[in-house]
Design a binder for this molecule. Structure first.
Ligand SMILES: Nc1nc2c(ncn2[C@@H]2O[C@H](COP(=O)(O)OP(=O)(O)OP(=O)(O)O)[C@@H](O)[C@H]2O)c(=O)[nH]1
Length: 256
């Protein structure tokens, strides 16, 4: 006889990464899933996704993470993939103030095509390239905090795919914000008694809901990534676009 519990089934969550071309969306995904970084990345054309299994607060999740093309000309290729998303990472680069200005447009594009309510959806604002030298920084942490407050986005984190800083934490932050909003939705459902509003997203009544944790503003991400790498598995990857060829660059290896 054995005391082993049956393996816990993981929840599948769809995560979409949005932001201007060149802010480092693909680098973020590659760092998170494969713990690799390439200096000269290809521009994404269309979308691609990779899966990553993580354990957070003792629960298993499979994140299906969709990396999208940031360039405007690929808009029609990426927008059909927004529907059904659970979490959205809005990315800008710390050395590019225009990429921050674009975040509002990215959010609107997502809301429009994913057809979700802004105040009930977990958006995480991710400032990538935090490894840059101080004099190259064009976006202050405080200005982004202010923008997030105006937009009622609770979660903001600075990351570096190159230096492997806070990358897992950004995804875990998204997961915790998702859990928090699911919990709020569950409480609303309970409060409304038997009345189920069929116009609301089906996700609110389909999932087994959970009331632990919640999102919040996080400057450095410390403490958010506990256990997030514990259940790494070999990633799987699917391409729904092509990669434009870029000149071969000398490989640069960064290790955690
Ligand atoms: N310094 C620094 N550079 C980075 C970082 N992440 C990405 N980069 C650089 O930014 C370039 C663009 O990164 P990508 O990941 O291709 O950007 P993207 O947002 O996916 O771009 P599109 O595919 O065009 O939407 C890379 O070739 C890297 O040189 C980082 O954390 N720090």
């Amino acid at each position: 006889m054995t005391n082993m519990r049956p393996p816990q089934k993981s929840k599948l969550l769809k995560v979409v990464i949005l932001g201007d071309g060149g802010v480092g969306k693909s680098a973020l995904l590659t760092r998170f899933v494969s713990n690799r970084y390439e200096e000269n990345n290809f521009h994404t054309i269309g979308v691609e996704f990779m899966n990553k299994d993580i354990v957070v607060d003792g629960e298993r999740y499979t994140l299906q993470i969709w990396d999208t093309a940031g360039q405007e000309r690929f808009r029609a290729l990426r927008t059909p993939f927004y529907r059904g998303s659970d979490i959205c990472l809005l990315c800008y680069a710390l050395d590019d103030r225009d990429s921050l200005r674009g975040l509002g447009l990215w959010r609107n594009e997502f809301l429009n095509y994913a057809d979700v309510e802004a105040d009930k959806f977990p958006f995480i604002v991710v400032g990538n390239k935090s490894d840059i030298q101080p004099h190259k920084r064009q976006v202050s942490y405080e200005s982004v905090q202010q923008w997030c407050a105006e937009q009622q986005i609770a979660s903001h984190i600075e990351t570096s795919s190159k230096a492997a800083m806070n990358v897992s934490d950004a995804f875990v932050l998204g997961l915790r914000q998702w859990k928090h909003l699911e919990c709020v939705a569950e409480a609303e459902l309970r409060h409304n008694g038997d009345t189920i509003d069929l116009t609301r997203p089906i996700r609110l009544v389909q999932r087994r809901l959970c009331c632990t944790g919640g999102g919040g503003i996080n400057k450095d991400g410390d403490g958010d990534g506990d256990g997030d790498d514990a259940a790494m598995r070999t990633p799987s990857k699917k391409l729904f676009g092509q990669k434009r060829s870029a000149p071969k660059a000398p490989a640069t290896n960064y290790r955690l």
